[in-house]
Design a protein around this ligand. Structure first.
Ligand SMILES: Cc1cc2nc3c(=O)[nH]c(=O)nc-3n(C[C@H](O)[C@H](O)[C@H](O)COP(=O)(O)O)c2cc1C
Length: 466
């Protein structure tokens, strides 16, 4: 039972808030019944990138995972890691936590600013193991239940959860776990069809059958996550599993216009079925304009990470450009690099260009090629097994043998998410520097404004009026 303190000081026991599955549907409808969902991504789903996604038909966005402990007690952390605006809705804020009171105190800061608070039960990284959160809570159902119950009973903003499949042998365990979350008050559940052991070189294919079973088992809305590359994959996933929405991460980083489909904006010679659906140069310029408008939660490594993924094919085609981006002090000053790409492209004939880009996959595909460098026949077997209905673009038609070494630092740093302690300190240091520079800039601007105002009033004679 939750407690309410009266003015006189005595405690009144409130009846627990009932769990009504219908509330999940009410939330889903209130958010516009979103089918196209952008995933929470540490260092990558910040406000400017969310706005870019929304421009190209993403219907619901998640913030990057926020650390409940830091968020609840550190004003600077909140300032540096959460920003939203009128156009940034519907929005779900994601937390990692293992203590219900800390989680509640963190979530209270966002009450009314977001449509739901999501709990991360999916992060499989070492940092989550050390911090005892994410997918490492999947084996501690009592903690998961306590976290969801705490928010459901005490917060006016609804609670949602993102989980992974528990194990590949006993599917019932996964079904019991999601049922427990639903009964504790989870309004919408996202299921990633991979186990926590399936990461890095063991990532493997996503299991759409467990997603289908979870959807059939639960009474609340369900989102599918994992292994979606194209708009066709999105619709095939909905058709095969029956889910209410599809959450995409890596493919959106590579192709922020994914949900809008091919032809959603100006094309370049390598936009098409797999490439960014819109000219990557246009996407980058739009993203940078949003960064200029909302710079608070953005830093240069994030910007570099996005540019790297969107522009991956050109950066791979021409020597020296990756390094140039990696070494760029201010990656928002990207125009000279874009001009170099244009110049080198224009030095080739149309046929040469097509031949060049035909063998360079997108960032998403490079990643998959790297992870699934199996013979073609094997891939087709996997395809058959995982997607009996035929998910044409999930694992088929790789350029066999094309495995690009991904040595780019910004990208590596992102893939090691979430930040380890050292990275976190560096990040804090950089933010501190940025804040100091911003303060200096504000002081300079206000001084200049004052000088201009006084010059104006002098010239209009106002200074001599009584
Ligand atoms: C750069 C990056 C950052 C991520 N950060 C988070 C996060 O903050 N919270 C979370 O639950 N999952 C996070 N993930 C996992 C994704 O949300 C998603 O579950 C996973 O990538 C599988 O989906 P995909 O196949 O569409 O990429 C992250 C993934 C990437 C690539």
């Amino acid at each position: 039972m939750s407690e309410t303190k009266h003015a006189e000081g005595d405690l009144e026991m409130k009846a627990p808030r009932p769990v009504r599955y219908e509330d999940g549907w009410e939330l889903y409808r209130k958010m516009g019944s979103p089918k196209f969902v952008a995933a929470p991504m540490v260092n990558q789903s910040e406000l400017p990138f969310r706005l870019l996604n929304r421009k190209y038909k993403t219907e619901l966005c998640y913030t990057p995972m926020l650390h409940a402990g830091l968020f609840s007690r550190d004003l600077n952390y909140r300032h540096d890691n959460f920003e939203t605006c009128k156009e940034d809705r519907p929005l779900v804020a994601q937390f990692c936590a293992n203590d219900p009171d800390t989680l509640l105190s963190a979530a209270r800061h966002l009450e009314g600013q977001v449509d739901a608070i999501d709990l991360n039960f999916g992060c499989p990284q070492g940092i989550a193991k050390r911090g005892n959160y994410g997918a490492f809570l999947l084996s501690k159902p009592q903690i998961m239940k306590a976290l969801v119950t705490k928010l459901h009973q005490n917060l006016s903003t609804p609670v949602t959860c993102k989980v992974r499949q528990l194990n590949t042998i006993d599917e019932q365990e996964t079904l019991d776990m999601v049922q427990m979350l639903q009964d504790a008050g989870c309004h919408i559940l996202t299921i990633h069809g991979r186990t926590k052991e399936m990461l890095k070189d063991k990532v493997g294919p996503c299991n759409f059958d467990i997603i289908k079973k979870v959807k059939a088992h639960l009474k609340i809305p369900v989102f599918a996550n994992g292994g979606i590359e194209t708009l066709e994959d999105v619709w095939n996933t909905i058709k095969y599993t029956g889910v209410d929405g599809v959450m995409v991460s890596e493919a959106l980083l590579s192709n922020p216009a994914l949900f809008a489909g091919p032809g959603a904006g100006p094309q370049s010679f390598y936009t098409g079925a797999l490439g960014p659906y819109v000219d990557p140069v246009v996407l980058i310029r739009e993203y940078l304009a949003y960064c200029k408008q909302y710079p608070r939660t953005v830093d240069s490594s994030m910007i570099r990470g996005h540019i790297f993924k969107i522009l991956f094919r050109s950066l791979s085609a021409y020597n020296g450009l990756r390094e140039e981006l990696g070494n760029m002090y201010d990656p928002s000053n990207i125009e000279p690099l874009l001009a170099k790409i244009k110049e080198r492209d224009e030095a080739l004939s149309k046929e040469e260009l097509e031949a060049q880009y035909a063998v360079i996959p997108t960032w998403y595909r490079r990643h998959q090629t790297h992870k699934h460098s199996t013979p073609k026949e094997e891939k087709e077997e996997v395809l058959q097994e995982v997607c009996p209905d035929g998910f044409a673009n999930l694992f088929g038609s790789f350029e066999d043998g094309v495995v690009l070494e991904d040595t780019c630092e910004p990208c590596e740093a992102v893939e090691e998410e979430p930040a380890n302690q050292r990275e976190f300190k560096l990040h804090k240091k950089e933010k501190k520097k940025q804040r100091a520079a911003m303060k200096k800039e504000r002081a300079r601007a206000s001084q200049a404004e004052k000088q201009a105002a006084s010059a104006m009033s002098e010239s209009s004679g106002e200074s001599s009026s009584p």
